[in-house]
Design a protein around this ligand. Structure first.
Ligand SMILES: [Zn+2]
Length: 256
């Protein structure tokens, strides 16, 4: 059996979804119109933005778009990469953690949020935001919205508030498995759709057998996919993105 949570496995998943005619929409797009069969690829760029750039390039080769949420901290915020990912047709959003940065002071946090949003908007007209879980701290970054409104800052959507998870299937790669949601402190939503997957192959199978929900948000952390620096260097950086895409497509065709 081939290994899971590799860039090739991601490609197989995307190709399977494409073959079943899912649209790949950005979060910004999704909340602004009615889409019947769609996948939102949400990427939380917690660290190693170079991995996200690889994801963005691969998706671009397949003609699909997603949303990339960048943090303001130096492990994530990289203007060169932000500009490149945007130029590949993806949406850029703010992965905010200002309440943590302000140590729980909501007023300071909102001030910091505004400033950081402006900084990100130097590179992209940001319309959506998404909280960073800050798992090692006691603050819930969403609490800033108990007092303030992100709509005042020209933001149209925050997945935890603006997606109806009773209708949108939510799945995340927490802990390099798909059913590890219980491990995550804050990255939880209440969903009516009870479907569990552990491996990427199980998802691919469900998609190909038309048993996967029509509308889903995948929350991806590209740094978790083959997160070994050695492997990334050797498997990806030397390989041309086009070749990886071709190889996976040929492999899939042979299997069908
Ligand atoms: Zn995060």
């Amino acid at each position: 059996m081939s290994r899971d949570f590799t860039i090739e496995k991601m490609l197989e998943l995307l190709i399977a979804l494409k073959s079943r005619e899912y649209s790949f929409v950005t979060f910004e797009d999704f909340i602004s119109r009615d889409i019947k069969k769609a996948v939102i690829l949400r990427h939380d760029v917690d660290k190693l933005p170079g991995n996200s750039l690889k994801f963005a390039e691969l998706q671009n080769e397949l003609g699909i778009s997603g949303t990339y949420y960048f943090r303001i901290v130096k492990e994530s915020f990289n203007p060169g990469i932000i500009k490149k990912i945007a130029s590949l047709g993806h949406e850029i959003g703010y992965h905010y953690e200002d309440l943590t940065l302000a140590k729980g002071d909501i007023d300071k946090a909102f001030e910091s949020y505004r400033k950081n949003l402006e900084k990100l908007r130097e590179f992209y007209p940001v319309q959506t935001i998404c909280m960073h879980g800050s798992p090692l701290t006691k603050w819930d970054n969403k609490d800033i919205w108990k007092k303030y409104s992100y709509r005042e800052t020209g933001i149209t959507g925050e997945p935890y508030f603006d997606l109806d998870f009773r209708k949108v299937y939510y799945i995340t790669d927490t802990g390099r498995k798909w059913d590890g949601g219980g491990v995550s402190v804050r990255d939880k939503v209440n969903s009516d759709i009870h479907l569990k997957f552990r491996t990427t192959n199980q998802i691919i199978e469900a998609v190909l057998e038309n048993k996967f929900p029509d509308v889903a948000m995948f929350t991806l952390h590209p740094q978790r996919w083959t997160n070994n620096a050695f492997e990334w260097t050797n498997e990806l950086l030397k390989q041309n993105v086009k070749n990886i895409v071709k190889k996976v497509i040929v492999k899939r065709k042979n299997e069908l």
